[in-house]
Design a protein around this ligand. Structure first.
Ligand SMILES: Nc1nc2c(ncn2[C@@H]2O[C@H](COP(=O)(O)OP(=O)(O)OP(=O)(O)O)[C@@H](O)[C@H]2O)c(=O)[nH]1
Ligand SMILES: [Mg+2]
Length: 463
């Protein structure tokens, strides 16, 4: 149990609505703390709930000051076999906000206090039911709105990420203990720690942290979506493509070049990944129109910021040599892009392929009638997973973990450099302790009260 971290108000029994506020079929009110069962018992006249065993359900009227509040189902979980590790009572009442408020007020009158955001999960953490990385995954899970983000959050709750870090931490603790021992015998000039073995461990650990850090890019994408900018010359069909991908008439399409003046953003969920599609103003070298010029500036900016660029061109009037030049420019700017040749319906598709035979990887489509759109969609999804780190099943999604990993990585680097330079054991021990410090910050083995309050305050009330 993380006793040293018990915060103020720790002994209180807390209460909150656990379901979303508003009208529903049912609403669940949750109590956690030593007095939880005692409190509900005071409101539940039909039987003595103090006498009931854990993990049981009870139906009856809730009564306060002689007035019936509702007929409800009460579930009882006794410490330590509950989510928080404390006594928990869940009251399923009818789904009216008025009833919820009355039941919560009655609980408060019997000695509970309102829970702060995330306080239930915070207690689960403090009672050793979850580590910090798992607790944060609970928040991510609640916020997840695509299949992929749901999957990574669930994996992190099960502790995949924590397990990987724990193993590393234990190995380092072993070495650090041996080095400290060595320091006690510094007069005798002995080495308990096999330096080459330590080097091997630290190098492997460093590679592993590096991979975890890389996975953050994908993790971030899964959590926040991938930005995709549709870029190309005026009239290439960018707005038509946006509409076709969204399956709705979102952007204005016309045969007049320079129709789109400002950027338009819309989200699209494909294969569980959230894409943020951005339609931009067509880029041309010279425009006398002030508004269009501003639009072009904005397009170039979006191109640089986007995670993926769809470079769209009209196969009928694009010059293959000029296209090669554009590809070189995109490569130089280290932009991830897909080449999309549009309007193949106007010439024969085979002729289009022949024309661009020296340019590899072009996806030929006709945005106007949706031809080969599914090929483009597939390639967009592939492009996201291409950035994935193969073999790494654990994906880092949390910025706080990423920054701590960064520190671990640099401390491990210092250990490696120290070993290469054969620095004395006491200096090595310092760097190893720094690694341990940051690893502990991720799982919550080392942390402080302010940090905890901050992390859990981002949860919703009732969780
Ligand atoms: N035949 C054919 N016409 C298309 C296709 N895609 C777009 N068009 C037409 O091309 C013209 C320009 O399309 P838009 O989608 O407005 O082009 P844009 O790239 O957004 O143009 P700007 O916003 O001006 O930069 C319209 O008349 C579209 O109907 C296609 O696949 N086949
Ligand atoms: Mg347009």
């Amino acid at each position: 149990m993380r006793m040293s971290l018990k915060l103020s108000g720790w002994n209180d029994t807390i209460v909150a609505l656990a379901t979303p506020p508003g009208i529903g079929a049912i609403g669940v009110i949750r109590l956690s703390g030593e007095k939880a069962i005692h409190i509900i018992n005071a409101l539940f006249p039909s039987k003595d709930l103090n006498e009931q065993s854990s993990h049981t359900l009870h139906v009856g009227f809730l009564k306060s000051k002689g007035k019936i509040l509702d007929e409800a189902v009460v579930s009882i979980y006794k410490a330590p076999r509950s989510y928080t590790g404390e006594n928990i009572v869940e009251i399923s009442c009818h789904g009216s906000p008025f009833i919820h408020q009355q039941v919560i007020d009655a609980c408060i009158e019997e000695g509970a206090r309102l829970a702060k955001p995330g306080e239930f999960t915070q207690r689960a953490f403090l009672n050793g039911k979850l580590d910090l990385a798992q607790a944060e995954a609970v928040a991510d899970l609640i916020a997840s709105n695509t299949q992929a983000s749901h999957k990574t959050a669930l994996n992190n709750i099960r502790g995949g990420f924590s397990q990987a870090l724990k193993e590393l931490r234990e190995e380092l603790i072993r070495f650090s203990a041996l080095i400290e021992l060595e320091l006690d015998f510094s007069q005798e000039d002995v080495e308990f720690v096999d330096r080459s073995q330590l080097m091997k461990l630290v190098t492997t650990a460093n590679e592993h942290t590096g991979r975890l850090m890389q996975s953050f890019q994908l993790g971030n994408v899964i959590k926040n979506g991938v930005s995709v900018a549709i870029i190309g010359k005026p009239n290439a069909g960018k707005s038509t493509l946006l509409n076709a991908l969204l399956n709705e008439d979102r952007a204005i399409v016309s045969h007049i070049p320079g129709t789109t003046r400002d950027t338009i953003e819309e989200v699209l969920n494909m294969d569980g990944i959230l894409f943020r599609l951005i339609d931009t103003a067509g880029i041309r070298n010279h425009s006398d129109d002030v508004i269009e010029t501003v639009g072009i500036e904005k397009s170039l900016q979006k191109m640089k910021q986007a995670e993926i660029v769809l470079y769209l061109f009209d196969v009928n009037n694009e010059d293959p040599v000029e296209l090669s030049r554009t590809i070189r420019e995109l490569d130089q700017k280290v932009i991830h892009f897909l080449l999309v040749g549009n309007k193949v319906d106007l010439i024969d598709e085979a002729a289009a392929r022949e024309k661009f035979v020296y340019t590899s990887g072009v996806i030929f489509i006709a945005a106007k009638n949706g031809l080969h759109l599914e090929v483009l969609k597939e390639r967009m999804v592939d492009k996201v997973f291409q950035k994935d780190v193969s073999g790494e099943s654990v994906i880092v999604t949390n910025a706080r973990h990423f920054h701590a990993l960064n520190e671990v990585h640099s401390a491990l680097n210092d250990v490696i450099l120290g070993l290469q330079d054969k620095i004395p054991g006491d200096l090595l021990a310092l760097d190893i302790r720094r690694c341990l410090q940051y690893l502990g910050e991720i799982t919550g083995d080392i942390t402080n009260e302010d940090q905890l309050d901050y992390i859990f305050s981002k949860f919703c009330i009732g969780k």
